[in-house]
Design a protein around this ligand. Structure first.
Ligand SMILES: Cc1cc2nc3c(=O)[nH]c(=O)nc-3n(C[C@H](O)[C@H](O)[C@H](O)COP(=O)(O)OP(=O)(O)OC[C@H]3O[C@@H](n4cnc5c(N)ncnc54)[C@H](O)[C@@H]3O)c2cc1C
Length: 410
């Protein structure tokens, strides 16, 4: 083990991995047959079935009881307050050890650091709305989703159509949301809607974030979206029909929802980058092991220079990305501006893991195309990561805008 891995966070990581092996892997084993068939996991609308939701809830509650579920959350909300430098190491370790396919581990042990669980957005919520719900959010009994994107508003968030129309002391929201992760499980949602059309037209605010209960009349999850060879997914389509909201439900300030969203998405981008490092290392480990055992032309394939070159290039790209993620996390923890750097690492890490998965499959020959070793699932999962939390093109756009505005520090 190198000295950087044996860091301040190694004890937390060791304990977390040991908890997963002892408490979560047995749940997976118990339901292995059920989980292996997507017809059990997703219903005809592509939404997660009740039994699958129940299994996930059990894992969340086990994780919360052991003190891991809220590891990334703010201390004032009852979380573990892990800084960005710790989060990236935990995230890498989870994906390095468990690979791409462990849905219970990846979806339920620790939620996304921004869109679910003890999201920092909760710090901007009225106490009277939050207090009665907080304990259930901390304990994993209730989960959240983040409903910003729409059919016509993904990269271009100012093209939002969901509108909050004034109604008495509050508003009624009408619109449709698309791609919303976790909405099928969620008890609460951060819903973004236009409150000031003129400001939106000028691309200068005018979008407000509201905290709603998904059981409220007017909030419905219509379908799960089949993604990359799956029958459904965690991403959903939501309808908002005369959904009533009050001023107390505003998160942050009226008209300032997009600033909140972008701050959080940056956090998500860094965490996703660390996920990519873990996944790429998982694929490299498998490739090294295969290169040391598979024989062709009378020797193990690791003795062929072309395979050696692939392994060396994979390790080099992973190492460079890992170093950049660590440096960016240090900047985040120091409170330094890091929008450009976070975009650079999201772009680089998601593209790196796509390339590494492809090379790993190539090293495994025909075996790489089967899912015996999980590489085929890894390849598909890696491909999805270049789109959410800002596409690779949008990351390049952000970096270029910062450079052209004079921020050329590197
Ligand atoms: C699995 C998954 C989970 C998601 N979870 C959530 C969630 O929980 N909550 C949520 O709100 N959203 C979520 N999203 C939505 C995600 O943020 C959007 O899909 C993403 O921002 C891209 O938007 P789009 O799909 O509409 O593509 P578009 O914006 O239509 O882009 C289409 C293509 O055009 C390119 N493009 C767009 N604008 C430019 C430009 N200015 N310059 C150059 N190229 C450009 C894009 O890079 C892309 O290649 C999720 C998406 C996925 C796939």
């Amino acid at each position: 083990m190198n000295t950087i891995e044996a860091s301040d966070y190694q004890d937390i990581i060791d304990a977390l991995l040991s908890f997963i092996d002892k408490a979560v892997v047995p749940v997976e084993r118990e339901h292995a047959e059920f989980l292996s068939d997507e017809y059990n996991v997703f219903d005809a609308r592509g939404l997660m079935t009740q039994k699958y939701k129940d299994i996930n809830r059990r894992v969340r509650e086990l994780s919360a009881a052991a003190g891991y579920y809220s590891l990334y959350g703010a201390e004032s909300l009852g979380g573990g307050d892990l800084p960005a430098s710790g989060i990236i190491q935990v995230q890498e370790a989870l994906h390095h050890k468990y690979g791409p396919e462990r849905s219970l581990v990846h979806e339920s042990v620790i939620p996304s650091p921004f869109t679910n669980g003890l999201s920092p957005l909760l710090l901007k919520l009225n106490d009277e709305v939050l207090a009665p719900r907080l304990e259930k959010i901390q304990s994993g009994t209730s989960t959240l989703c983040f409903a910003l994107s729409e059919p016509d508003a993904g990269s271009d968030v100012y093209n939002l159509k969901s509108k909050a129309t004034p109604d008495g002391d509050g508003w009624v929201i009408n619109g449709q949301k698309q791609w919303i992760s976790n909405a099928a499980h969620a008890a609460h949602a951060f819903v973004f809607a236009i409150t000031d059309p003129e400001a939106v037209k000028n691309r200068a605010g005018g979008i407000t974030c509201f905290f709603v209960d998904t059981s409220d009349e007017g909030f419905s999850v219509d379908a799960g979206i089949p993604i990359m060879g799956h029958r459904g997914s965690n991403a959903t389509i939501i309808s908002l029909t005369d959904l009533k909201v009050t001023r107390d439900q505003i998160v942050g300030e009226e008209g300032q929802g997009l600033n909140l969203a972008m701050g959080g998405i940056s956090r998500g981008r860094l965490t996703m980058s660390a996920t990519c490092i873990g996944l790429a290392r998982w694929a490299l480990d498998q490739s090294v092991s295969y290169a040391n055992t598979r024989k062709t032309f009378g020797k193990v394939i690791g003795q062929h220079q072309m395979i050696q070159a692939k392994l060396a290039e994979m390790a080099t790209r992973i190492y460079l990305c890992k170093s950049a993620v660590a440096r960016t996390a240090t900047m985040v923890d120091a409170g330094l501006p890091s929008v450009k750097e976070t975009s650079m690492v999201k772009m680089a890490c998601t593209e790196m893991v796509n390339w590494v998965m492809d090379e790993a499959i190539q090293i495994h020959g025909g075996m790489g195309l089967t899912n015996e070793l999980g590489l085929e699932a890894g390849y598909r999962f890696a491909r999805t990561l270049r789109i959410p939390d800002g596409t690779s093109e949008i990351q390049r756009r952000t970096v270029a805008k910062r450079l052209l505005a004079g921020d050329t520090t590197l």
